[in-house]
Structures are given as C-alpha cells and as structure tokens.
Design a protein around this ligand. Structure first.
Ligand SMILES: [Zn+2]
Length: 227
C-alpha cells in the first residue's frame, strides 16, 4: 500500500507563506530492479509520484529542495504575480494517482519556465515524469517526456556548471546516452557513449559510470550482431 510508504508533514509554502500538507516518502523501500537510465522499480510502489510538492492553497509546485531553500527575490516576485489571488485550487492528495502526479510535474515545469529556471532541474522533472508513465505502461507519454529530458540534459551540459549536487557532467552524458537508447536512437546513443569510453580520465575517476557506459555499448553491439 502506498500510504505505508509515505507520511504527511506540514511545510510553509515559499510563495504564499501558508502551511500546506505535503507527502514524504519513507526510505528503505525494497528495490526490485533498475533500468539503464537510472529508473528504479520498487516493490508495489512508485516514489516518483511524490517528487513534486504542491501547495494546497496557491498551487505552487516544485521539489522538496526548492520548497525548503530560499528562492531569489526576483523569482519570488514573478511566481507570486503568477499565483497569488488567482485562486488556483489543487486539492491535497495523500495517495497520488498518475493523474495528479502528472498535474504536479507539469505545473513544476511550467513554473520553471516562467522564471527561466535551470535546465538540469527541468531535466529531472521531465525524466521522472517519464518514469511514472513507464511504470503505468503509457509508452507514448513516456517517450515524449524522455525526449524532453534528453534535450534539457543537453542544454544543462552546454550551459551549467557541474557537479550539480552529486551529479557530474559525465553522469549526465551517460544518462543522455541511456535515454536515447530507450528511445531507439542508436546513433545518438553511441555518440554520447563514445565520449565516455574514449576518455581515460572517466575510467580512472568515475569507474562506475565508465562500466555502465561499457555495458550499454556491449548491449548495442550484441543487438547489432543479432540483426
Ligand atoms: Zn502556496
């Protein structure tokens, strides 16, 4: 049951400053499997449904980090202008469905758009929404958001300074390769993988990423031979 894996807390909304209920996910849920693009499947539960918090008063939507870190004043002004007094009512849902999770992610992406937010954050939202659709078996929507995630990651690689949190630029190159692999674009997959496999420093400094890249490269070669 989803409610066994989650709990409700109250947090102040950074935009309207009222207290709102949000759902947090317990750690230590048994992992069933991991896909090559880092999507992790858990036993009877999809934690990605809960990544985006939504204020039940003003409709602001973002991840926990954004909710709990100071938002720059110029962004606050834009977001308050877009939300306060607009009477956007998003009812609180303790147990999220595909429908209300998708609304939450789309709102979060929209708010990043209006403040011209970071591509790496947009990539994270688009990628996790793709995983939610994968879990639900909706391949069309999954692929639409995988393609968006790849574009946002590529924009982040071009414009942002890495590492972002624990995410290195090589980790992002690998993710882009894995996404194109899932989308069936082998040309782009191999082009990104070769940036990792051809780089001795990746092998030395980030052996885990190097190994994943080499494994995926092996899968592509094996598939080519079968054809
Ligand atoms: Zn609010």
């Amino acid at each position: 049951m989803a409610v066994d894996n989650t709990f409700v807390v109250e947090k102040p909304c950074p935009i309207c400053e009222q207290m709102t209920r949000v759902v947090k996910v317990r750690s230590r849920i048994p992992v069933v499997s991991r896909d090559e693009d880092a999507c992790t499947h858990y036993k009877d539960f999809c934690p990605y449904l809960y990544t985006v918090w939504v204020c039940e008063h003003c409709g602001f939507a973002a991840d926990e980090t954004t909710f709990t870190t100071k938002i720059p004043d110029r962004h606050l002004a834009i977001l308050r202008g877009a939300l306060i007094g607009k009477n956007i009512k998003i009812p609180f849902a303790e147990e999220r469905t595909l429908g209300n999770a998708s609304t939450a992610f789309r709102l979060a992406l929209k708010f990043l758009d209006i403040i011209n937010g970071k591509a790496s954050k947009k990539a994270k939202y688009a990628h996790q929404l793709a995983w939610i659709y994968r879990e639900a078996g909706d391949v069309n929507q999954e692929n639409e958001f995988l393609a968006k995630a790849a574009e946002f990651y590529e924009a982040a690689l071009a414009k942002e300074h890495f590492p972002i949190g624990e995410l290195t630029d090589n980790a992002v190159v690998y993710l882009v390769a894995a996404i194109y692999y899932r989308l069936g674009d082998m040309q782009k997959t191999t082009s990104y993988l070769s940036r990792l496999i051809g780089d001795q420093s990746v092998r030395e400094r980030e052996p885990r990423i190097f190994d994943k890249a080499r494994d995926l490269w092996g899968d592509i070669r094996a598939a080519k031979k079968r054809r």
